[in-house]
Write a protein that binds this ligand. Structure first.
Ligand code: CO
Length: 467
């Protein structure tokens, strides 16, 4: 059989700690192991985007752009990859094209090679600006299908969107299963269909949440998928990805052998094992994240969404209604045009289901996000929303048929103006655009750090105070 090594993308620096440790890995914790990781034979290291940007600023008091530049300096052979939520970038609502364009360009200019771009509704109009900007700056655009289950999501649906993604000019097709719903034989069938449909490489991403992910990769690779995302063993399994070493060993001496250096992987694992132990001890990593959550498959709801529901019900003092909410979620999802359940649509559908149950009347109380979703402000849903529900929530307000960002005038000049007071580098305006309040707090912190003057005890004793 002809050799066709599967490419391995290591997620330790992005999805793995986002899934297991609330995205709290700091740059300082990453850098000591970069040199070894760079030699291990990874195709790419996913290390930026997703929730890392927000968490770095908000909790770690770190500039994400500085992290990116340091990683780029360290990784001399390995490609750097990031995750981007299409027109939402790393935030939760749509941005104007000028912001999306500038963000992608600066990401590539600062060291990102591959940008994986997704949209929560699989509305490819929301992916185009980011894709074009990535490519214009010399980056590779991996445009991803967000995987979900439901009546509308037939093999023909996936093939159709995949074809349109290829026609749009994507360098690679991603299959992003953030909820861990892709079971082995479904993966085999889907990957085979996608490979028959497009000529660009197909990358599969899944989570271990439901306990099937390693088998899913096995079948996906046999069916022809070109690359898979794995996490080094101490940061693998549970809500994270299959373990890198296990997958590499599985394919060793087969046509799919990714050619990773197991010796080095062992040393890399030793390093992350210490981090994992610390996280376990501090409670940052909960053993609950590591088990198999079969409910994910049962209810077709992402694991993270389930834990959010528990919190919402607890706050309302109605924890005993969990089961009712679980049953309400698919109904709300149907009413809303059957969107995939990923950020931000998962929060919108989940919250609405909670409201429907605890108020005792469906859609008596609604959120502004439910209204915006039904008005088309996130893009087009795969099916038309239920007309009665839509009328009840949006009233006579007009709905958007065009690409939502077409209605947003350029935003960069205003963002520039608002953050001018704090600006120290070009990228600061993008940091500000993503999370204005958090960015401002970080800029203030940064300024305080810079103006703080270290003086020695001797100076004080000698009465020398800097002015
Ligand atoms: Co993921």
């Amino acid at each position: 059989m002809k050799k066709k090594p599967v490419k391995i993308v290591e997620t330790a620096f992005r999805d793995a700690h986002q899934s297991l440790m609330a995205t709290r890995m700091s740059t300082e914790q990453m850098l000591p192991i970069v040199e070894k990781m760079d030699q291990a034979g990874y195709h790419a290291v996913e290390c930026w985007g997703g929730a890392t940007f927000d968490t770095a600023l908000r909790f770690l008091k770190e500039d994400p752009w500085v992290r990116l530049r340091k990683l780029r300096e360290g990784f001399k052979h390995t490609k750097l990859q990031m995750l981007l939520r299409g027109q939402n970038l790393l935030g939760y609502s749509h941005y104007a094209d000028d912001v999306v364009d500038y963000f992608c360009r600066r990401s590539v200019a600062n060291g990102i090679d591959n940008i994986r771009i997704m949209d929560c509704l699989n509305d490819i109009r929301n992916l185009k600006t980011a894709m074009k900007a990535t490519q214009a700056e010399g980056g590779r655009a991996i445009v991803a299908l967000v995987y979900t289950l439901g009546d509308a999501y037939t093999l023909d649906y996936w093939k159709d969107v995949a074809r349109r993604i290829e026609d749009m000019g994507a360098d690679e097709l991603g299959l992003k299963d953030m909820a861990g719903l892709l079971t082995p034989y479904r993966a085999e069938e889907l990957v085979r269909a996608l490979k028959e449909t497009v000529n660009i490489p197909v990358a599969v991403h899944t989570h271990y949440t439901a306990g099937v992910a390693s088998m899913t990769y096995l079948k996906a690779v046999e069916a022809g998928c070109d690359s898979i995302d794995c996490a080094i063993s101490p940061l693998a399994l549970g809500t994270s990805q299959p373990a890198t070493e296990v997958i590499a060993e599985t394919f060793r001496n087969t046509p799919y052998d990714p050619g990773l250096d197991q010796e080095l992987l062992g040393e890399i694992a030793d390093y992350f094992a210490r981090l994992r132990d610390e996280a376990m001890e501090s409670g940052l990593l909960s053993p609950r994240m590591l088990g198999v959550n079969i409910r994910t498959l049962q209810y077709q709801v992402p694991g993270g969404m389930l834990s959010n529901l528990v919190v919402q019900l607890k706050e309302a003092g109605q924890e005993d209604r969990y089961q009712e909410v679980l049953e309400e979620i698919p109904r709300v999802r149907k009413d809303f045009g059957e969107p995939p359940l990923v950020t931000p649509s998962s929060q919108i559908v989940g919250t609405q289901a909670v409201l429907n149950v605890i108020t005792g009347e469906r859609y008596r109380m609604t959120t502004k996000e439910s209204r915006r979703l039904l008005q088309g402000e996130f893009g087009q849903t795969v099916k038309e929303p239920d007309p009665e529900v839509k009328k009840k929530i949006t009233g006579d307000a007009p709905c958007i048929k065009c690409r939502p960002a077409d209605l947003i005038p350029p935003q960069l000049p205003q963002f520039e103006k608002e953050c001018a007071r704090w600006k120290k580098q070009d990228e600061d305006v993008l940091t500000y655009a993503m999370f204005p309040a958090v960015a401002k707090e970080y800029f203030q912190y940064r300024e305080a750090q810079e103006t703080r003057i270290d003086i020695g005890v001797a100076d004080v004793v000698n009465g020398v105070y800097p002015v």
